[in-house]
Write a protein that binds this ligand. Structure first.
Ligand code: ZN
Length: 193
């Protein structure tokens, strides 16, 4: 027996669709220049906005910093509001600490020599040695012996030596640690604290 074909199309109501938000195409936006230029990341090969989902986001950022410094600055600025910070935390949980905190080898940042005045006494402040992979404790002991005076590691990358030893240090640093170039040493004068 043939099934009766209805004369009119049957409309099946879809209540679930009611009130749903649809993506509305609003046409070209005035804040975008067309054709849109999509920037791709050389590290993960995705458009830049997807980089943060890449497990090796730190590498992406490095690539960005070298190749698209403008974009990198923008990213850094974005990162200062809370949103990206949260994403960072979540990733950290998922990937474990090792992933995000992968220790990047610091490029030598130069050595700064300054001095601090306390009353009539001066002490020399040396910063930046650790970026040359110099053990600060050993360095401090070396200065202490060399100058026969007190020396100590006072902060993460900071050694304090009694007296104003800046002039001597220019030679001594390069001599003791050949990886330090004299041009990489800066006299920053008095450090006010
Ligand atoms: Zn990337």
């Amino acid at each position: 027996m043939a099934t009766a074909v209805p004369d009119e199309p049957v409309v099946i109501p879809a209540p679930a669709a009611e009130g749903r938000q649809y993506l509305v195409y609003e046409g070209p936006r005035s804040d975008i220049t067309y054709p849109m230029k999509v920037l791709y990341c050389g590290e993960c090969s995705m458009p830049l906005e997807f980089c943060e989902y890449y497990p090796n986001y730190e590498k992406c950022k490095k690539w960005l910093e070298t190749n698209l410094p403008d974009q990198f600055e923008k990213l850094k600025a974005d990162g200062e509001d809370g949103e990206t910070g949260d994403a960072e935390k979540k990733r950290q949980k998922r990937g474990g600490k090792g992933q995000v905190k992968a220790k990047k080898k610091a490029e030598p940042q130069g050595v700064n020599l300054g001095y601090i005045k306390r009353g009539k006494k001066k002490s020399t402040i040396i910063t930046g040695l650790s970026t040359y992979e110099i053990d600060l404790k050993e360095a401090s002991q070396f200065f202490s012996k060399k100058f026969s005076c007190g020396s100590s590691v006072v902060a993460e990358d900071e050694i304090s030596v009694q007296g104003d030893k800046r002039d001597d240090l220019f030679d001594i640093l390069c001599e003791k640690w050949p990886q330090i170039d004299e041009d990489g040493i800066d006299d920053i004068g008095e450090v006010k604290r």
